[in-house]
Design a protein around this ligand. Structure first.
Ligand code: 13P
Length: 254
């Protein structure tokens, strides 16, 4: 059985003081959740302090991006060994905001992915089409391109360590969620691509999260879809109550 995982992507939100408060609230409200995985991804500046709060709890820690080199003259960047040293177990790669605003491409995502795996970080690789692409009937072409090229060159053992997040760009921060059927259709398509590239057993083991305006009110119907194995939550992960409700909703509905 593949693991159900709810991750919070805090994006560029929360000072260190605010991040500690949020992490402490989640630790208090979610201490007894054991059936599903929980991850928080604070901004770089708060990772060290949040690591202390979630140390030896059921809450995993992730970063939102990294560079593919271990070290060097890359002003403003951080590397996988730096994240590992702080206690990160996960890293989000290829988020649409990075693709859209910071020139992230499948090629750079792929290099980062290989570095993350080399250093024992679990990558959460984001894929998803824009509204324009969906309306032009190009959703499956875009997803195929993101999945095939971002995940290129991984062997059977490596691919099993990857989490994929399907995030339709038009559903991010807009309050417009994909319907459970729309999301399921793309999740199934991703799993079929993995099956063709690897095997049925491997495809069945890979966690595919949905992201895009996930809220306490819609998690249950999303998670009850066969191929939706969790969520990558933005806005609703910034508040203890709403993130805890999403986690609990996922636990009872899967
Ligand atoms: O981008 C997202 C998570 O990575 C989704 O953001 P929202 O939940 O705010 O739509």
């Amino acid at each position: 059985m593949r693991k159900i995982i709810i991750a919070g992507n805090w994006k560029m939100n929360k000072t260190t003081v605010e991040a500690i408060e949020l992490a402490n609230g989640l630790k208090r409200d979610l201490y007894d959740i054991d059936a599903i995985g929980i991850i928080v991804c604070p901004p770089f500046t708060a990772i060290d302090e949040v690591a202390e709060v979630v140390y030896q709890t059921n809450i995993g820690l992730g970063a939102q991006n990294m560079h593919w080199e271990d070290a060097g003259a890359f002003t403003g960047e951080v590397s996988a060994p730096m994240l590992k040293e702080l206690g990160c177990g996960y890293v989000i790669l290829g988020h649409s905001e990075r693709r859209q605003y910071f020139h992230e491409t499948n090629e750079t995502v792929n290099k980062k992915l290989k570095s993350a795996l080399k250093h024992g970080l679990t990558p959460i690789v984001c894929v998803g089409e824009s509204l324009e692409e969906r309306e032009a009937g190009r959703t499956f072409d875009v997803i195929r391109d993101h999945v095939t090229n971002s995940l290129k060159g991984l062997d059977k053992e490596e691919i099993k360590k990857v989490i994929i997040a399907y995030e339709p760009v038009w559903a991010i921060g807009t309050g417009k969620t994909a319907t459970p059927d729309q999301a399921q259709e793309v999740h199934r398509f991703i799993r079929d691509l993995l099956e063709k590239a690897y095997t049925r057993e491997i495809a069945d083991e890979i966690t595919i999260q949905y992201g895009g305006s996930v809220k306490p009110g819609n998690i249950k119907e999303l998670i009850s879809q066969k191929d939706i194995d969790g969520a990558l939550v933005g806005g609703a992960s910034l508040d203890v109550k709403s993130f805890a409700e999403i986690v609990k909703g996922a636990q009872v509905s899967k």
